[in-house]
Design a protein around this ligand. Structure first.
Ligand code: SPV
Ligand code: MN
Length: 622
């Protein structure tokens, strides 16, 4: 044991580190302690007692407060720290690191010196808490060990809810340095226990060293290392090996009256229906945010949820649209609410479907009353649109029985969906794996409040992963094409769009997605024929009508079908122009990508010339 580290440790911490017998861990912690200068370094194992210690510590320090229902707590992030901060998140580069052009990067030496400056002494008077987790099921091909050091009990409490305990996994490392590590400090706190120096917020990702440093923030997307910070490290690793690290849900889809389950993964930018797709009534959930995908020995695509909890958006969770989550949020269990309104010990949020919401309470802005304005004279809503809940997946009644399977589940379908008001149909199937990768790569979405910045702007978001792709886009897409080529049983790929509008009004209800997903499930098993068009295979009216009747006991009219499923040829051509512009400056895009684009473009142009029409009904293609 390094004597400089030993002086920070109590006997239990020391015993734990001794039992890991890993010089890399000790060296890193020694460096972290020298840098952050905490009073103590408290190392924690996997036991219930240690989990309980963190849970209580978060309350004792005022980072969380108990609510009325047993196990419920409230945590507030700072007023300026309520979403993922891409501007302050940078990848450290050296001449050997090649990145996607759109990734915010900084020279490694410069970045390290800047962030070390900010971390210097950041924990004085506080404890550095250290825990070991496992990304993915333990003892599995998917497992990656992750060490978190933080001065925030909220961060560790969140990780205890969201990730699998990994001390035993680390014990098996046998001294290797094949693990990720995360150092976080919330920095100086104000009287609300929120970060004072949020303007000095930094999140620096050292992809070659498998480490992330994060300082002066608390919002989980910035502070909880195992979430999006680890996703960046995993993407770097996966793209230098032969697997995929994706921003994807995993769900078991159960068709009505049939005894089978078909597993789907799905990529959706934040607030585009991802959790609600994973939570469709009747289906089972394996994961709602991050999946690792690997080929198994038989050539199947396998997916594992690297988390075992949900950090979900609470806005619009109500008994009608999300009955399962709503039930979980309103009954006693271990659960952290963040950035909601609290009044008399109960949480309130936007779109919760309640008539009698209090007109005052405490929210992300401090004391709140109806009509309260911010410094720009805009009214402050009762809860933040990116307010969240954090809980274990196993708490949900619809958790999939295989959610913890070390082999993962066999994936038969892939979904890609954005927020698109005027172009894409509600559901279509890719013409091939290559076309599927193209569908994912050309995902566009109108921005939401999950990211700091303006909402409602159309943004390209390949595989809903653009914020995290820390390799060149060409390499990332190549990895997808190659992954599919190696599979013996390739999943079918689908694109969905829940947000199509006409005259400003949504064309579908939130529940309709169940039909689109069950149609996709049926396609996997060749239950339905489909109509081939340049944009993909479209459903037939008769099959959708059958599904709407079967699921919702209502008809699906021809009028609705034509409005929703006609191919918007001109709009697609506009989209292709945007795609060409977006990708033209990316070097080394795989040939397969351009080949799909060229084929689609020439087919659409031909149709337009032939018919002179902007939009063509599905029947035109039969
Ligand atoms: C998302 O917004 O996609 C999330 C939450 O899953 S965050 O951790 O902020 O990325
Ligand atoms: Mn996410």
């Amino acid at each position: 044991m390094l004597s400089s580290l030993a002086q920070f440790l109590d006997q239990h911490s020391r015993q734990l580190l001794d039992s890991l017998d890993n010089e890399h861990i000790e060296k890193q912690l020694d460096n972290f302690a020298k840098l952050c200068k905490p009073s103590r370094v408290v190392v924690l194992g996997d036991s219930e007692k240690e989990i309980h210690y963190i849970r209580e510590l978060a309350k004792e320090r005022g980072e969380e407060a108990s609510l009325e229902l047993s196990g419920h707590t409230i945590h507030f992030d700072g007023y300026h720290d309520l979403a993922r901060d891409l501007g302050s998140t940078k990848v450290l580069t050296t001449p050997v690191v090649k990145l996607s052009k759109r990734i915010n990067a900084i020279d490694r030496d410069r970045g390290l010196s800047e962030i070390f400056g900010l971390l210097d002494g950041s924990m004085s008077g506080k404890d550095m808490l250290v825990k070991f987790y496992c990304l993915g099921p333990t003892n599995s091909k998917f497992s990656i060990g992750a060490m978190q050091a933080s001065d925030s009990a909220y961060v560790l409490h969140s990780e205890d809810l969201l990730y699998r305990q990994g001390f035993k996994q680390f014990a098996k490392l046998g001294g290797s340095k094949e693990f990720f590590s995360f150092l976080h400090s919330a920095g100086a706190l104000d009287e609300r226990k929120t970060t004072k120096n949020y303007d000095k917020r930094r999140i620096y990702v050292d992809v070659t060293d498998g480490k992330v440093y994060s300082v002066n923030n608390q919002y989980a997307g910035n502070s909880v290392g195992l979430k999006k910070l680890a996703l960046r490290l995993a993407i770097y690793r996966a793209n230098h090996q032969d697997w995929l690290a994706e921003h994807m849900l995993i769900a078991g889809v159960h068709p009505v009256n049939k005894k089978r389950v078909t597993y789907f993964v799905g990529a959706y930018p934040s607030m585009c229906g991802k959790t609600s797709t994973a939570m469709i009534p009747g289906n089972t959930i394996v994961g709602d945010d991050i999946a690792y995908l690997r080929k198994d020995r038989e050539g199947n695509c396998r997916a594992a949820n690297i988390e075992h909890g949900i950090f979900g958006i609470i806005q619009d969770v109500n008994p009608v649209d999300d009955p399962v989550i709503y039930a979980a949020l309103t009954t006693p269990r271990e659960l952290i609410f963040s950035n909601v309104l609290v009044s008399e010990g109960y949480p309130y949020w936007l779109g919760m479907g309640k008539e009698d919401i209090p007109e005052k309470g405490v929210n992300f802005s401090g004391d709140w009353w109806k009509g309260k304005k911010d410094s720009d004279e805009s009214e402050i809503p009762l809860a933040h649109p990116n307010a969240r809940y954090t809980m274990r997946l196993a708490e949900l009644e619809n958790v999939d029985p295989n959610y913890d399977d070390r082999k993962g589940v066999i994936v038969e379908g892939v979904l890609y969906g954005g927020r698109d008001s005027d172009t894409n149909v509600p559901v279509s199937e890719a013409l091939s794996w290559e076309h599927g990768v193209y569908m994912g790569a050309t995902l566009e979405s109108e921005t939401t409040s999950a990211i700091i910045g303006k909402a409602g702007v159309r943004r390209h978001d390949p595989m809903a992963n653009i914020d995290f792709i820390v390799v060149p886009l060409g390499k990332y897409l190549e990895n997808h094409f190659e992954f599919g080529k190696r599979l013996v049983r390739k999943p079918r790929v689908f694109s969905t769009n829940y947000f199509l509008k006409h005259d400003g009004k949504y064309l579908n209800t939130k529940l309709d997605k169940k039909v689109w997903i069950l149609w996709a499930e049926g396609r996997v098993h060749n239950d339905y024929d489909a109509i081939r068009t340049p944009i993909g295979f479209l459903p037939k009216l008769s099959d959708l009508d059958y599904l709407f009747k079967d699921i919702f006991q209502r008809n699906y009219s021809k009028e609705d079908y034509l409005e929703q499923f006609s191919v918007r040829v001109s709009k697609y051509l506009e989209k292709i122009l945007r795609i060409e512009q977006y990708f033209e400056n990316e070097s080394d895009l795989p040939e397969e990508f351009w080949s799909v684009l060229k084929t689609q473009k020439s087919e659409l142009l031909e149709l337009k010339q032939e018919t002179g029409k902007d939009t063509l009904p599905p029947e035109y293609f039969t």
